[in-house]
Design a protein around this ligand. Structure first.
Ligand SMILES: *Cc1c(COP(=O)(O)O)cnc(C)c1O
Length: 382
């Protein structure tokens, strides 16, 4: 058997990106300059609404969002059990208590009934994650939030171009937070974006992100003079990163076309295998960003997840796991907040019995057929 060459992810970098970064290095503005502003404008335009501010990472965007909302000690924030640890760290850093919500098994998103059941008098907000880019129904989330007076932050790290009834995710809550880490849809090496419908929110958070400098006061406009009206961070993006991001943004239509075709091909191939089910939104109005193909193993295959992943790796197919543990099962969170091992059957099933497969633009439909064929053969053999 020839070995396949199907890595899980691979950034799409060409001469356009290299030239854009070199051009920055030939100039004198290395951070927080014209490339950042153009990238922010371009990102907001791609989203079809809202205002954007560049940051150093998605986790920085999340942290800024929670700081802006004044979430802190004594507050509870509902979060999915099945997410990247950054989602939980950003809340825990403020001193607030993360309260985890189980996953439903069609899409892997937060179970709306469990979400409603976990609202208490201390609940201040909901941190949404669009699981591997599959949108959760924000119309229902916002209705629940309104009923209880809760704020909503959307972690859209894997959800660039995911839409609900045509509206880009990230435009429903207080803010939407994006990541440009190398395996995401587009990359800056490291980097993030924060988006909001409210220009005042973006302005306020933009200042907080840059030490909270205030140059708006009366007096002479002398370079280097500023006042500071509150605490702040340095969560800015560099011009080299933003130059990279601007070029990546122009690739997005191609990236999305290839991702969707790959996803559909692999979904069809895998769903034909007994004991395999691909997670998806289940509704046409909830349009995925097609980040990866999450294959949930059921029946006899469920217990063989690790062996199956290793067998696929052996054949040259890259795999990943989104995510390896319900957050509450991670040592830090377990020790600090306690963990009910029976409380998260959905999230536990995904953590222990699912495999994430690639569908990125470095691959084509033939690769998807090879993955499905290899998986059918592995399932029959193991
Ligand atoms: C990757 C990821 C993050 C972290 O993004 P960074 O830009 O690396 O901080 C946060 N949340 C989710 C859902 C992610 O997939």
């Amino acid at each position: 058997m020839t070995k396949l060459d199907i890595p899980f992810g691979r950034p799409w970098i060409e001469d356009l990106e290299r030239d854009a970064v070199m051009e920055v290095l030939s100039g004198h503005i290395l951070t927080h300059g014209p490339n950042c502003h153009a990238f922010e404008k371009g990102f907001a335009k791609m989203m079809g609404g809202g205002h954007a501010v560049s940051t150093s990472s998605c986790m920085a965007s999340l942290h800024l969002s929670w700081m802006d909302l004044g979430v802190g000690p004594g507050d509870e924030v509902l979060l999915p059990a099945m997410t990247h640890v950054a989602t939980a760290h950003a809340v825990a850093l403020t001193g607030a208590t993360p309260v985890f919500v189980d996953s439903e098994l069609t899409s892997g998103n937060m179970d709306l009934d469990d979400m409603a059941a976990k609202v208490t008098a201390k609940t201040k907000a909901i941190g949404i994650v669009h699981y591997v880019g599959i949108p959760i129904d924000m119309v229902k989330v916002m209705a629940l939030a309104e009923k209880h007076g809760l704020k909503v932050v959307e972690d859209c790290a894997l959800a660039v171009e995911a839409r609900i009834d045509g509206t880009h995710v990230g435009l429903f809550g207080h803010t939407g937070c994006y990541s440009f880490y190398p395996v995401k849809h587009i990359t800056c090496g490291e980097g993030g974006m924060l988006v909001s419908k409210d220009p005042e929110t973006v302005k306020r958070i933009g200042e907080f992100r840059a030490f909270n400098y205030d140059r708006s006061g009366p007096g002479p406009k002398v370079p280097g003079l500023y006042d500071v009206k509150g605490l702040g961070m340095n969560y800015r993006m560099s011009e080299m990163q933003a130059a990279l991001g601007r070029v990546q943004l122009t690739r997005l239509p191609d990236i999305m076309r290839i991702r969707e075709a790959n996803f559909r091909a692999l979904q069809k191939g895998l769903n034909a295998i007994d004991g395999v089910r691909v997670l998806d939104s289940g509704e046409d109005r909830l349009k995925s960003s097609f980040y990866c193909v999450t294959m949930l193993l059921e029946g006899d295959l469920a217990a063989k997840r690790n062996d199956i992943a290793l067998a696929l790796n052996e054949r040259g197919i890259g795999t990943s796991i989104y995510y390896p543990h319900p957050i509450g099962r991670l040592r830090y969170y377990r020790d600090k907040f306690g963990y009910d091992a029976n409380g998260f059957p959905g999230a536990t099933a995904i953590a222990d019995n699912a495999i994430a497969l690639p569908c990125g633009p470095h691959l084509g439909v033939k690769d998807m057929e090879d993955i499905a064929g290899c998986m059918a053969e592995t399932a029959a053999r193991l």
